[in-house]
Design a protein around this ligand. Structure first.
Ligand code: PEP
Ligand code: MG
Length: 318
């Protein structure tokens, strides 16, 4: 019965009153991409590229990368594909770019920090992405993982643009970047919030430790506050407001997706199987209702209270 209810809705995401909210897929391999391309999604909101680098003794060549990226981009036609450049280091070590022994790998040389230590890795990847973009009609966006400061965002944007990539963004997954979103986003075109790491760093709770799962709940009001801070900073950019998406697990929770939209998020990216339920939930609620839900969630003392408060504002049909 749920299936038939969900199949009433298709196409681009929008609230009941017609505000667009792009529905995008998270993918982690080329095969994921080919499967997602056949699903009713508006594109890819997070293409994790680590699969090309892990478990091998030398980095992938520019040619190999170009071929893989081009095949993925072509599968999506003219749709948007947001590619995240390499997010390795620490717990995802690379044989050819050792980050050394670290006592606190989640706080170590990972993500963009590793790209700055071994610059050739990033420049080859950007070169390959720019070449692949030319071989397809896809709307190619690139973004950096684990950005903490405005200086890092500028450093990355300069290199990506010099490589020939026009739409450049950063992931917001470090609290410092969320709190200073205005400055961090001043040099880029878009932001994508990674709620998995954002929750880990906000609650100081290792995302690999199952025991700490309650602290890592993306409904934590402190995490929602940082999503709000990011949207506020992005909106403060005046003539050039920067769109903010969410690509962490939170985006695939239909109820939480309403809250994110109420906080100002304009795209959500998730496992493709989760898209229909999120689309249907959006279609049943006006944006103003999402804004009320966001306020209710942030006013709650804890994740359970936030869920309950939002549940009370749901459309009876949902
Ligand atoms: C995140 O941190 O929320 C995210 C989307 O990236 P990853 O899970 O790959 O760290
Ligand atoms: Mg992350």
């Amino acid at each position: 019965e749920r299936e038939t209810r969900l199949s009433r809705y298709s196409g681009p995401g929008r609230t009941r009153d017609g505000h667009p909210v792009a529905l995008l897929a998270n993918i982690g391999t080329a095969d994921d991409a080919f499967a997602a391309a056949d699903v009713d999604v508006e594109g890819v909101g997070l293409f994790r590229t680590e699969f090309l680098y892990l478990d091998r003794s030398t980095p992938p060549s520019v040619e190999e990368q170009t071929e893989t990226y081009a095949s993925v981009l072509r599968a999506f036609g003219t749709r948007r594909v947001v590619v995240r450049t390499l997010d390795a280091g620490a717990d995802k070590p690379l044989a050819f770019a050792p980050s050394g022994e670290e006592e606190n790998p989640a706080l170590g040389v990972r993500g963009l920090r590793l790209s700055r230590r071994v610059e050739a890795l990033l420049s080859d990847q950007l070169t390959a992405l720019a070449a692949a973009a030319k071989q397809s009609e896809a709307d190619v966006w690139v973004m950096a993982p684990m950005v903490a400061t405005a200086e890092e965002a500028r450093w990355y944007a300069d290199r990506a643009r010099a490589a020939g990539l026009d739409t450049v963004g950063v992931m917001i997954e470090v609290p410092a970047a969320a709190l200073r979103a205005g400055e961090v986003l001043a040099s880029v075109d878009f932001a994508s919030i990674g709620t998995n790491d954002l929750a880990q760093y906000t609650l100081a709770a290792d995302r690999m430790l199952g025991e700490l799962a309650p602290l890592l709940d993306p409904w934590q009001p402190a995490v929602l506050d940082l999503v709000a801070a990011t949207c506020a900073g992005a909106g403060d950019l005046g003539e050039r407001p920067v769109p903010v998406g969410v690509c962490g697990e939170a985006a695939g929770d239909p109820l939480l997706a309403l809250v994110l939209v109420g906080l100002g998020v304009t795209s959500v990216s998730m496992a493709p199987a989760k898209v229909p339920a999120v689309r249907a939930m959006l279609a049943l609620h006006d944006r103003q209702r999402c804004v009320e839900m966001a306020a209710a969630a942030r006013a709650a003392p804890d994740p359970a209270g936030a869920r309950d408060a939002v549940g009370e504002l749901l459309d009876p049909e949902a």
